[in-house]
Design a protein around this ligand. Structure first.
Ligand code: FES
Length: 330
């Protein structure tokens, strides 16, 4: 979640939050501001690992997820970078228009849906504001003396947050591909040869990630790890069907019509479920599936997890076609 998803959502029942102070608000690239957040009493934040994000509660209306791009070794502050999405009426506009140094914000504790597995070698691929979760990953890989390489693409150098700093710190391990200088990233070339003992971590816009997924089909299973800004689009011909959900613990059964999510239908009968993004992006509403086949529409679970069907994100995922009834551990 390096940037914002485009759709605004109602505020849900979220995980526990805390107040922080925006100590610094800096414009660090065209359309990108960096927020440095500290605790009111100067106490350290809880430990987090590369790939983690926080929820930021915006003006009492919206919750957005932003990847942490500060150092996990320095818990005196957290840093996020926010892209002002053109035409956005939601989170990015609100942050760019409202947050000033000294303001108080409400955030969640860090959570991680994009953890880094140990490996001898890493290939990091970042598109635009998707660089944010990659920055702590690189720091950790460099500290551990790993073999790694970053390919970072964007419209122009001026729009690419942290580009100069990355090149200055890491030299030729970093390949900056500004579209107005070199065209788009040559993903086909970069990913042409599957490499053993190398993990690929990619974050960026949906089109870039779809291309990366296609190009990694021939790589060893488990090589590719991605993080999206928005949940996966439905495949062609996929339509929403009504179905029933049995809530095993509360003994209730709810109908989920085509225009409601499971989460909304469950809330309608008074069952409270933790939720945050309500877009299939954050993992907060993950729910255990007792029986039935889900159709996963989230951007959190891995393909293996989705195929296993043990849990589902009930803010976006539904029952698979022909599966008229899901039983959930609620
Ligand atoms: Fe974020 Fe469902 S509330 S994935």
């Amino acid at each position: 979640m390096g940037g914002l998803s485009a759709r605004a959502d109602r505020r849900g029942v979220g995980p526990s939050t805390r107040e922080v102070i925006a100590e610094r608000v800096d414009r660090i690239a065209d359309g990108v501001v960096s927020l440095v957040l500290v605790t009111p009493d100067g106490s350290p934040f809880q430990p987090w690992e590369p790939g983690a994000h926080i929820d930021v509660h915006l003006g009492g209306q919206y919750v957005r997820q932003y990847s942490l791009c500060s150092s996990p070794d320095d818990l005196s502050h957290l840093r996020v970078a926010v892209l002002d999405v053109p035409g956005s009426r939601g989170g990015s506009r609100w942050i760019h228009g409202n947050v000033r140094p000294g303001d108080t914000l409400e955030i969640s504790e860090p959570r991680n849906n994009f953890p880094v597995r140990d490996s001898r070698k890493y290939l990091f691929l970042a598109g635009g504001i998707g660089i944010t979760p990659i920055i702590p990953m690189i720091e950790r890989a460099a500290e551990a003396g790993k073999d790694w390489h970053l390919v970072y693409g964007g419209r122009s150098r001026g729009s690419m947050a942290f580009a100069e700093r990355l090149v200055g710190t890491y030299g030729d391990r970093v390949d900056i591909v500004a579209e107005d200088e070199r065209g788009r990233m040559d993903l086909a070339g970069v990913l042409a040869l599957p490499r053993a003992h190398m993990l690929v971590y990619a974050c960026g816009p949906g089109g870039m990630l779809r291309a990366v997924e296609d190009l990694c089909m021939g790589w060893p299973p488990g090589s590719l790890h991605t993080e999206r800004f928005a949940a996966t689009a439905l495949g062609p011909g996929s339509v929403a069907e009504p179905f029933e959900v049995e809530l095993a613990r509360s003994g209730k059964t709810v109908s989920v019509p085509t225009d409601r999510t499971i989460l909304e239908a469950v809330e309608d009968v008074g069952v409270r479920v933790l939720s945050s993004c309500r877009q299939g992006l954050c993992g907060t509403c993950e729910t255990t599936v007792v029986s039935g086949e889900p159709e996963h529409r989230d951007a959190v679970l891995t393909q293996d997890d989705q195929d296993g069907g043990a849990t589902m994100m009930i803010c976006v995922s539904r029952a698979a076609a022909g599966c008229g009834r899901l039983v959930l551990d609620l």
